[in-house]
Design a protein around this ligand. Structure first.
Ligand code: PMP
Length: 402
């Protein structure tokens, strides 16, 4: 097999004469050449708006857009292709559910449960919903180790609970949450579950039917696809019962000033011109993944995680936040007495790209009494040498800044 890195042209760049060490994959992943080529091909020679025209370019784009839907369906093992809604990203998918589910099922006095480790995208839409409806947000805490306190869940769910929203994998702690078990507990009390898969689907096999979740949202750009693409998987029952989120072209059957009827699934939830170029690119990214040895890729990511955890823990004054036994390749940390932004900037000067700040999950930083952290996140194309470069870079940063 070709070296996996050679499929990703951006990775061979240099930064100020040093090889780029890209360790910000949880923010966005780089794109394989096949994805770049497809986007280029569409813009160069095959661009027609989907579901509208009868000319051949429109028809071919429509076919390829729907083929991408089938490809995603298969990848996450959804039962029906029309349970796959294309969105602009995980954020849009969660907002869609918060609005449409909220309109249909949530009223004053009801409760929504989220966890303390959620990304802002899986907190704020529920807060907005609670404000709109006079409902209350309940929060399931996590332990110091970064493990969810699932033991507290049965008591947190009540007759008023309308939905539970939980990350598959925390974008800060890296913890893999026991979503199958959470779904079982919630369903036993009749509560549907939304899983935020923005950090899950690129690292773990996802089988939505086995998981049993009612909604699963993720972003294309984190699974090696173009930005501005995303997927919301939702069970047909909910898609049937929920009202549309946005109105516009393509989501209607007939429109008169007296009454409008909506299109069949999935189009009822895909108003306006879709990002069909991006979605066809997402189809190419999924195709690329399907051709990889994903078991080997996942083992390699675990090896990167192990090595990073080991090497970073050797650094005096460095604390890793999130040491759950089940983790994806995300390592967030702080260096005692040194500001996270300074660390990230000194790393950048060495060609090492990491993320710093509250990582769009401010409650997690607050939980540990921090104003921010540094995060290194690894994809299967990262190498053990890059992990070592990070450790050495951090030692240099520490010497410079302390
Ligand atoms: N949830 C989690 C856990 C995330 O990590 C992210 C992205 N950082 C999101 C949701 C939101 O994804 P996007 O910004 O691509 O919509």
């Amino acid at each position: 097999m070709m070296d996996i890195r050679s499929y990703f042209p951006l990775l061979s760049q240099s930064v100020d004469g040093r090889p780029l060490v890209y360790l910000d994959n949880a923010a966005t992943a780089q794109k394989p050449q096949v994805v770049i080529d497809v986007v280029n091909e569409l813009h160069t020679s095959l661009n027609g708006n989907i579901h509208r025209g009868v000319h051949r370019m429109a028809e071919q784009c429509t076919e390829r857009y729907e083929a991408a839907r089938e490809s995603v369906r298969e990848y996450i093992n959804a039962e029906k292709a029309h349970e796959v809604i294309f969105t602009s990203g995980a954020t849009a998918g969660i907002n869609l559910v918060a609005f449409a589910f909220g309109e249909r099922y949530v009223g004053a006095g009801d409760e929504i449960v989220v966890t303390e480790m959620e990304h802002h995208s899986n907190i704020v839409p529920w807060q907005l919903l609670c404000e709109r409806k006079g409902a209350t947000l309940k929060v399931l805490p996590f332990a110091d180790s970064g493990e969810l306190r699932t033991d507290l869940l049965p008591a947190l769910i009540s007759k008023k609970t309308k939905l539970l929203a939980v990350a598959h994998v925390s974008n800060v702690l890296g913890s893999i949450n026991p979503v199958d078990e959470i779904v079982r507990i919630a369903h036993a009390q009749g509560v549907p579950v939304l899983v935020d898969g923005a950090q899950g689907v690129q690292h773990l096999p996802v089988d939505v039917r086995q998981m049993g979740c009612d909604f699963y949202a993720f972003s294309g750009h984190k699974v090696y696809a173009p930005t501005g693409t995303g997927v919301l998987y939702a069970k047909e029952k909910f898609l049937d019962e929920m009202p549309p989120w946005q109105g516009g072209g393509d989501m209607v059957k007939t429109v008169t000033f007296d009454k409008t009827t909506y299109a069949d699934l999935p189009y009822k939830f895909e108003a306006g011109t879709a990002n069909y170029v991006g979605v066809i690119g997402l189809g190419a990214a999924i195709g690329f993944l399907k051709n990889l040895d994903l078991d080997a890729a996942r083992l390699h990511e675990q090896e990167l995680l192990r090595r990073a955890t080991e090497r970073l823990q050797e650094i005096d004054g460095l604390a890793i936040y999130g040491l759950a036994p089940q983790k994806c390749s995300i390592v967030s940390f702080a260096l005692k007495g040194i500001h996270h932004l300074d660390v990230a900037q000194v790393l950048d000067k060495q060609g090492i790209a990491v993320r710093s700040g509250t990582l769009c999950a401010e409650p997690v930083a607050r939980r540990y009494g921090l104003t921010g952290m540094v995060r290194a996140s690894f994809a299967f194309y990262n190498t053990l040498a890059e992990v070592d470069a990070l450790a050495e870079g951090l030692k240099r940063a520490k010497n410079m800044l302390s």
